[in-house]
Write a protein of this length. Sequence first.
Length: 228
Amino acid sequence: MIYVMSDIHGMYDKYIKMLDLIELSGDDELYILGDVVDRGDKPVEVLLDMMKRPNVYPIIGNHELMALNVLDMMFNGERADVSVPVEKMIEDWLKNGGAYTIAGFAKLPHSERYDVLDYMSEFLLCEAVDVGEKTFIMVHSGFDNFSHDKKLSDYTVNDLVWHRPDPDFRYFEDESIYIVAGHTPTFTINGGNSIIHSSGNIFIDCGAWYDGGRLACLCLDTMEEFYV
């Protein structure tokens, strides 16, 4: 089976409960659509568990992008984005819950910090998966600056991690193609905390970190929805 979840945001206990609920096995595949880190108090614990699972495929979110910019500078002396002043970069990240991620990194041995950073730097930008007659394109937020003439490889990381899509906008005329995205909590779309299906878009960030929110997971083979 192929599963998708998103926006875990350091909610390690919900993440583990979800893995138990779907009974994830070595024969299954799990795509995680970004925003693993920040806000919740155990983001590094989630990352360390993901690293041990070769059948987990992470896709980068805006929170990983912010984290990598700062953590690379702290531990490697490098910056992925040199266009933003250091102080502004750190301030923006901390405003978005980065303190828990920093605290988690600080507890790791130095060698393990580099292993986690290397792992995060290899997160996919997006991924397309065929399941039966359907194609699911998985991305953190959607496609900013979308054009039918563009290949997936033509989109920048910023196009893919910050966008707030229109739920009623259909990206592809072919109704067998679906976009699966996180980033935008479903309660900001319809006030609910369940997965939304709209015009070929599937929104799966059900606000795991928020009061009243849930961690959601979707099985692409059966379209069964799971919640913790």
